[in-house]
Write a protein that binds this ligand. Structure first.
Ligand code: NDP
Length: 265
């Protein structure tokens, strides 16, 4: 591979682990690639900025995943379906868009056995793409959110949905915090009474937030449940993005071997 430049676009973007993850993989696999971070203020300028910086590929984080979707010339089937792109690769002047968050999440929960029913707390962009891939993989997903507007799309797509007031707790194999509650504060993603009803019935609890133990995961631990934060999702979406960046020349485990070192530093 000739020297290719990559970046993560987001705002804010200073906290991102992606440069470290991808640069470790480039170095470890002997590739001449370099991955930076770029704080993009105006999402409308994503395409112009991509070409102005002479990039080969980017990842896109909050709040630009819809802009990334609109900036692409070609979308893979799954990205088209969920209308969210977090990985773009340039090929012969065209921008190809992919969503690797959802397959990353699917892979991350694969370590839990006998999971069939899943309760999502939250109905944002990440919940949208992951709910679709879980449904396609045969999971039965219910979406619980604090407010109504974002639930409409899920209901149209055939998901069971509820708001806190209308929710009747039952047993779910997996309970997932898909909200940003706990990211920069100490809040729970749903009223404690609901969590105290569903967590004891669950086989495991997962949070998409990484880098800290959220109040949700702390509560799950007090109920003695196996837990997992968002680190593996982050790692796996990065590995799948790297596969796209490098034209699928390396297999998942080869990339993982190098990229996972970012989580030991
Ligand atoms: P969005 O802004 O699209 O959606 C946020 C969701 O969280 C909405 O459903 C919102 O409810 C709900 N919410 C926010 N705050 C609270 C609160 N205090 N209590 C209850 N509900 C709340 O966010 P994203 O989907 O983009 O991101 C969600 C999370 O996923 C973030 O924490 C992000 O860091 C994480 N993430 C992790 C990744 C990883 O690789 N590990 C990858 C991508 C995202 P409402 O509709 O009522 O506003």
């Amino acid at each position: 591979m000739a020297k290719h430049l990559f970046a993560i676009f987001g705002n804010p973007v200073s906290h991102s682990k992606s440069p470290l993850m991808h640069n470790l993989a480039f170095k470890g696999l002997g590739l001449d690639g370099c991955y930076n971070r770029y704080r993009l203020e105006n999402g409308e300028a994503l395409r112009k900025t991509f070409f102005a910086l002479g990039l080969k590929g980017i990842n896109i984080t909050v709040p630009h995943k819809e802009h990334a979707y609109n900036a692409c010339d070609v979308l893979d089937d799954f990205a088209k379906k969920v209308e969210a792109v977090n990985t773009i690769v340039e090929k012969e002047g065209k921008l190809y868009g992919y969503n690797t968050d959802a397959p990353g999440f699917l892979k991350a929960i694969g370590e839990f056995d006998n999971i069939k029913t899943v309760l999502f707390l939250g109905a944002g962009g990440t919940a949208q793409s992951t709910a679709v891939i879980l449904k396609e993989a045969g999971y039965d997903v219910t979406i619980l959110n604090r407010s109504a507007p974002r639930l409409e799309k899920f209901a149209k797509e055939g998901f069971k949905t509820a708001m806190f007031e209308s929710f009747t707790p039952k047993a779910y194999d997996l309970v997932v915090n898909m909200t940003s509650a706990g990211l920069e504060d100490e809040s729970l993603p749903a009223p404690q009474s609901i969590l105290d009803a569903v967590i004891p019935e669950a086989k495991a609890c997962v949070d998409v937030i990484y880098g800290k133990e959220t109040p949700f995961l702390k509560l799950a631990k007090t109920h003695g449940k196996p837990t997992k934060d968002g680190s593996d999702m982050l790692l796996y979406q990065g590995i799948i993005a790297f596969e796209h960046f490098t034209g699928h020349r390396f297999d998942f485990e080869q990339i993982k071997h190098h990229m996972q070192k970012a989580f030991e530093l």
